[in-house]
Ligand binder design. Structure first.
Ligand code: PLP
Length: 439
């Protein structure tokens, strides 16, 4: 029996890991040259570099149209406008995600309806069916922590109920579901390319679609005419208005970011493949250990984990004598890796979705235009039903020796977990509101 570091034993890892093992994004001379070119030419607000990136990204994504935005939140807002979200509409979203997936609904006087998640922290199709009412307009699908959502079932449900599907691909750019690229299932996909995401290019967002009308509406939302004076060919109804950004917000990307993104795109698939090789090796080493399961897909099905953004494992306390996940993570941290439990807090537990009065109407804005109080439905995804999970190292390179050491750390805590059983078994799972800032 090895003494756990949390109880005074020797930590598994105290020496620093090689700098490139976790560093992300990978920045080379090529990125620096691209950024310098923008700075020297003073091209921050132009659109020529962005236009090139949009074309390259659309081709890579396998979609007809791509629009760059200031950030992912803005691209998702544009997607909501593009599908025609409006007053009184309901928009379904998994409760465990970053707020940028759905809180914008408030601006449209629409309301978020929260859907439960399954063990893979992915939207639960059974619960999705239960969330649908005559008021439902759209579903936001999040490929959370890079795990591809069950698109076969989701698209079948969406078609049957005539609902628009917005894919939030912020965690899973380039990933596959049964051989088809994530971001090509819904009517429209939008995503963050913020510096810590899988596809990382500073502060940037992208929207992709095959639908010309959605493209034109998304453009009109935050890119007034200067982006491309001739883009309206179908939405005649927008012609009298589109000289002004119709969302009252400006969403044009900074070209320092789109220049970086062009370089990142060239290398992205290859870097993701290396990450998947490393991450699969790590989880293979831990296969069969009690208490934990990898959150990953079987690649033989044609699906994959993209750039494996923010790797997490599912946690089963019942297999470890009820050891709370928070205590498990504490022990891992003491061994030398900053593991945290919970992922994003469930959105429906935040007061923003309970009683925030954005419109100064003396009414919670979430339900201001609704003929029913959707907040009662939040009970369906009670925090107690939050799935237990913990964060794992996000390896960027297949460095066997180091991956072995990290896997040993998890094995050590599991094998010796009985040393920790004095912990309060009722301890709640933690979480955070701002994504994860650990590795
Ligand atoms: C980060 C993120 C967003 C928002 O993107 P920003 O670029 O930070 O505005 C939206 N959805 C998800 C799931 C995210 O992780």
């Amino acid at each position: 029996m090895e003494k756990l570091a949390l109880l005074g034993g020797t930590p598994t890892i105290t020496d620093p890991a090689p700098a490139d093992l976790f560093a992300w994004p990978i920045i080379t001379d090529e990125d620096e040259a691209a950024a310098l070119e923008v700075i020297r030419a003073n091209k921050f607000s132009g659109t020529d570099i962005t236009a090139k990136f949009q074309d390259e990204f659309a081709a890579w994504q396998g979609r007809k149209y791509a629009i760059a935005f200031t950030n992912g939140t803005m691209s998702l807002s544009a997607a909501m406008f593009a599908i025609g979200l409006g007053a009184g509409d309901e928009i379904i979203c998994p409760t465990k995600t970053y707020w940028g997936s759905v809180s914008q609904a408030i601006n449209f006087r629409a309301t978020a309806v929260f859907c439960n998640i399954n063990e893979m922290l992915s939207i639960d199709p059974d619960d999705l069916e239960r969330c649908i009412t005559p008021r439902t307009k759209a579903i936001v699908i999040v490929h959370y922590f890079a795990y591809p959502a069950d698109m076969d079932r989701i698209m079948e449900i969406a078609k049957r109920h005539n609902l628009a599907v917005i894919e939030d691909v912020s965690h899973a750019q380039g990933g596959l579901y049964k051989g088809k690229k994530l971001g090509t299932f819904g009517d429209v996909a939008a995503m963050s390319m913020m510096s810590q995401k899988s596809f990382a290019a500073g502060e940037l967002g992208m929207l992709v679609t095959d639908d010309r009308r959605i493209y034109e509406r998304a453009m009109a939302y935050g890119h007034y005419e200067r982006n491309n004076a001739n883009y309206i060919t179908e939405c005649d109804d927008l012609v009298p208005y589109y000289h002004i950004a119709l969302g009252g917000v400006k969403g044009r990307a900074n070209q320092l970011c789109t220049a970086l993104a062009r370089v990142q795109l060239k290398h992205y698939d290859e870097r993701c493949a290396e990450i998947r090789r490393a991450m699969n090796y790590f989880w293979d080493k831990l296969e069969g250990q009690p208490g934990i399961r990898a959150i990953r897909v079987d690649e033989s099905t044609g699906s994959n984990m993209a750039g494996w953004y923010c790797p997490h494992g599912a946690y089963h306390p019942e297999e470890l004598h009820g050891l709370p996940v928070s205590r498990f993570c504490e022990a891992i941290r003491a061994e030398g890796f900053p593991s945290w439990d919970g992922g994003n807090f469930c959105l429906h537990t935040h007061r923003f979705f309970k009683d925030f009065d954005f419109f100064n109407e003396g009414v919670p804005s979430r339900i201001v235009a609704n003929d029913r109080d959707v907040r009662v439905d939040d009970e369906r995804c009670r925090p107690s039903e939050e799935r237990y999970c913990f964060s794992a190292p996000w390896f960027k390179h297949f460095n066997k020796e180091w991956i072995d050491r990290y896997a040993d750390m998890f094995r050590k805590v599991i094998e010796n977990h009985e040393q920790l059983l004095d912990a309060d078994k009722n301890a709640a799972q933690g979480g955070r509101w701002y994504g994860t800032d650990n590795a």
